[in-house]
Design a binder for this molecule. Structure first.
Ligand SMILES: NC(=O)c1ccc[n+]([C@@H]2O[C@H](COP(=O)([O-])OP(=O)(O)OC[C@H]3O[C@@H](n4cnc5c(N)ncnc54)[C@H](OP(=O)(O)O)[C@@H]3O)[C@@H](O)[C@H]2O)c1
Length: 270
């Protein structure tokens, strides 16, 4: 995709799942990738594999717990010192939690809000000024279809993703006239580490979503391909997978009182 040729992309949560897949798909096109996550060994392993396939690619690794404000600031300072001018920011790092709200672990809930909302917003705030000065740039925020519906048993997660989609839509309108596109990628179920991590100790594996809605499952490769295509075409929002996209589009025109009944019936079976 021509849009990404020669770009300098920063990918958060690049140590696994969608983030690692973004790195793999951008590697043949970008000039430089900056990979960010906590598990530095996995980032280094991915960087070394990509370097062996694409020797022209400059890949940097930055280890950071993005729930920490000082680490986000350290990342921005390091980018400035190294003169790494990011023109494609992929806010992908995210965390889920599956189960009843009242029995959730507060530390986990706080971590989810800090990562899914605060880190994404802060990193965008830290980098958008430089992007505006340099002109053409793009921001891709990984949201979720969970952001379209208030999901019982994933209440805080779906609320964080509603925030991500809303922020992305507003920034898309605000920044487009100044040369920056903003896109919210809203996947349904994608087989990654996400559901293992979202499942609480001793609880039923939350990846049963895959069995409940097999037709809505897309691979990480497909989700990322759709996301990158949407950025290249300056789309504010993309739901990967034609069946899920059609289902969500239809569900969004159903009166909310009916949606609430469907969600109530689903919650009762949990
Ligand atoms: N998989 C799905 O079904 C699905 C559906 C809709 C939306 N999404 C969204 O897709 C995004 C990527 O998730 P995924 O499916 O690829 O799951 P994943 O494989 O669990 O990847 C999550 C990534 O986030 C990073 N991360 C977690 N906590 C972090 C922290 N405190 N600081 C920095 N990085 C952190 C992880 O790296 P480290 O552990 O190394 O830090 C990892 O690279 C998330 O925003 C998720 O909400 C996923």
């Amino acid at each position: 995709m021509k849009f990404f040729e020669g770009c300098t992309a920063l990918i958060t949560g690049a140590s696994s799942g969608l983030g690692a897949e973004f790195a793999r798909q951008l590697a043949p096109l970008a000039s430089r990738l900056v990979l960010v996550a906590r598990r530095k060994d996995l980032l280094e392993e991915l960087a070394s594999t990509l370097r062996s396939i694409h020797p022209q690619l400059d890949i940097r690794v930055f280890e950071a717990d993005l729930t920490r404000s000082d680490r986000r600031q350290a990342l921005a300072d390091w980018l400035a010192n190294e003169k790494l001018d990011i023109n494609f920011l992929i806010n992908n790092a995210g965390l889920g939690d599956h189960g009843h709200f009242e029995s959730s672990d507060w530390t986990r809930v706080q971590e989810m809000i800090d990562l899914n909302i605060t880190a994404l917003t802060h990193l965008t705030h830290l980098l958008v000024g430089g992007m505006l000065v340099r002109g053409r740039a793009a921001i891709l925020n990984v949201s979720s279809v969970a952001g379209f519906f208030p999901l019982p048993n994933m209440a805080v997660y779906s609320a964080t993703k509603a925030y991500v989609t809303s922020l992305s839509e507003a920034l898309a309108i605000e920044l487009r006239p100044r040369g920056i596109t903003v896109t919210a990628l809203c996947p349904g179920p994608v087989p990654t580490e996400f559901f293992d991590i979202a499942t609480r100790p001793g609880e039923e594996d939350s990846s049963s979503h895959f069995e409940t809605f097999p037709a809505f499952v897309v691979s990480a490769a497909e989700a990322v391909r759709d996301g990158l295509r949407a950025v290249a075409n300056d789309r504010a929002r993309i739901i990967p997978g034609p069946l899920l996209a059609a289902a969500v589009t239809m569900a969004l025109v159903i009166p909310f009182c009916i949606v609430r009944r469907i969600l109530t019936a689903k919650a009762a079976s949990f």
